[in-house]
Design a protein. Structure first.
Length: 346
């Protein structure tokens, strides 16, 4: 397994979620893991092609995310990145048509919603998990990169307008522009509190293999209010994976002292990180600290408190005309949690 432009300094972690200290001899074990991962990833890639062909036949533009595409274009080898599901991005207006089209391949929503609830979820959510012939939670159909309450306003139509064609296992597929790919990976890692090192490996791979318009990256990050998320991701990639940052990236990281403090905290906690609790006060505080603009912090706080979801829709059944009342239900639920356990939950 040759390295691809230095992407895999932690080669033993190439097909695992976390790096591990593996006692010698390791060559035979790595070879078996590599072969198993190659067979699994080829099956997933074949299924991805079926999905993309189905969507294209139904006039649904789609962009594959992460998974096979990232493995081949960034890691240089389909078997050098582990993944257990497929991610496909469509435009919000195309979600109902995409779901209907994928039914012909045997896909169905893992958590079905009523018609009214599903329409609301399209506004507040960002992905729908589908079960397929190959197993449960096989496909994540996305129309954005974070729930609306995170207050990160990616222009999905703009993402589609900037796509480029890349080669994947002998076929040509659409891919996010390198700059958009970097920003979306940084937001994804931040949203999950960087608890898995392989998300930083993905970011490191993009930094080392993709041509990036750094002034455009910095300008776009600042415009979206995610400069701090990006800066912390870059600092962690440099520290933990020895990635060399170009001048504009270093200037971005040095522009905000809070980036360094956040990176220090996350680096210390990463070895013990197993899972994050999105309902915990610690997670809430981290998400607030990651936003550099006061307006984004206010929007995050308000939307988090007032945006209902499946929990509220399942608790009380309201007719479509009364759906705005679910905001009250949401606020009451959060207030009840805070009163019962103010230090543990929102």
């Amino acid at each position: 397994m040759a390295e691809h432009h230095g992407v895999t300094p932690l080669i033993y972690a190439a097909v695992a979620d976390h790096p591990a200290v593996v006692p010698p001899p390791v060559s035979e074990e790595l070879r078996h893991r590599y072969e198993r991962n190659a067979r699994k990833n080829l099956k997933f890639t074949a299924e991805l092609f079926r999905i993309l062909d189905c969507l294209k036949a139904n006039s649904v533009p789609a962009i594959p995310l992460k998974g096979p595409l990232l493995a081949e274009t960034v890691y240089g080898d389909l078997a050098l990145r582990d993944f257990s599901d497929l991610d496909v991005l469509v435009q919000p207006r195309d979600v109902p048509l995409a779901k209907a089209a994928l039914q012909s391949l045997g896909y169905s929503a893992s958590t079905p919603l009523s018609g009214a609830a599903e329409r609301e979820y399209l506004k507040s959510g960002y992905e729908c998990t589908l079960d397929g012939p190959g197993g449960r939670n096989l496909l994540e159909l996305q129309w954005n990169f974070a729930p609306r309450f995170y207050a990160v306003g990616f222009d999905v139509e703009g993402l589609f307008s900037r796509t480029q064609n890349v080669h994947l296992c002998g076929r040509t597929v659409r891919s996010l522009a390198p700059e958009d790919l970097l920003l979306t990976l940084c937001v994804h890692a931040a949203k999950h509190a960087w608890i898995r090192l392989h998300w930083l490996r993905d970011i490191a791979g993009v930094l080392e293999t993709q041509p990036l318009n750094w002034p455009g990256v910095v300008e776009h990050a600042r415009g979206l209010g995610i400069a701090r998320m990006v800066g912390v991701s870059l600092l962690l990639a440099r520290r933990l994976l020895d990635v060399q940052l170009p001048g504009p990236a270093q200037e971005l990281c040095a522009s905000d002292p809070k980036m360094l403090r956040l990176a220090n905290t996350i680096e210390q906690e990463l070895p013990l990180a197993e899972q994050y609790n999105a309902a915990s006060l610690a997670y809430f505080r981290l998400m607030m600290r990651l936003r550099e603009r006061a307006s984004d912090r206010v929007r995050f706080l308000w939307r988090l408190a007032a945006t209902p979801g499946p929990g509220e829709w399942e608790l009380i059944r309201l007719p479509r005309a009364l759906f705005p009342l679910y905001r009250v239900v949401r606020i009451c639920r959060l207030a009840g949690r805070a009163l019962r356990s103010p230090l543990a939950r929102l």
